[in-house]
Design a protein around this ligand. Sequence first.
Ligand SMILES: [Cu+2]
Length: 288
Amino acid sequence: MNPIPKQLAMFFGVLTVLFAAGALAGKVIDPDARGDDAAMAGHAADAAVHGGEHAGGEPEVHGLAVADGGLRVAVAQPELRRGREQTLSFQVVNDDGETVRDFDVTHEKRMHLIIARRDLTGFQHLHPVMAADGTWNTRVRIPDAGSYRLFADFSYGGEATTLASDLRVDGDADLKPLPAPRPTAVSDGGYDVRLDATGATAGEESELRFTITRDGRPVDTEPYLGAGGHLVALREGDMAFLHVHPTGDGQGVGFAATFPTEGSYRLFLQFKHEGRVQTVAFTQEVSG
Ligand SMILES: [Cu+2]
């Protein structure tokens, strides 16, 4: 047995003794006091356990695990055929093995599904549809072979959660090195995008501002998922998933991001113009 559970066991042991003493005192002084003591003892135990989990002040990192916050993602068929359109199905299951169905709406949807290959290529952002039994389904076609990460990004009970699981696409993967950071990139539909990032330092809030032009003329984006644009950031190496929030002011499309560590990140900006969603990617270096 390692030292922490032993300490916890002792703590609960002491708590039980205190509670018994309290109950005994309650019986003597006021029969109704017992319930209060029980409730307070419960809160004390809760605080001790949760306090321990968050000790150390680590920056929040999301989307690394198949299970988080009492929920886990279960993918029905994680082996996919390269280049073929097929149905991808998954469920979110709670600790009791029950399928979760009552998700909150975030960015206009109850479920955001992100897929990217391990080398941070092949990005897709899909909105699956939930069946009555809680199974999420979407059609997907992945053109390139390799190991992929699926991110189920949602909110449940007011808690933003990202769960991740592996997908495999058959064939030999031609993995690409991460592109060097450049201030400009071209979207899949031919829009020119410039990124101005201020203060990309680990643990501090950075502002990421994108200016979009086409044929040298500024482009006013249309609302997409309730904002001027949607941004996903993935960390190179372990594909940690960052929640990035639109700032909604200033020129172009702006976001506030807090990168948890130094290193390289791939940013995937999506915006809408003339009814079509554009995707463009940037490499962002973050200093320590
Ligand atoms: Cu989405």
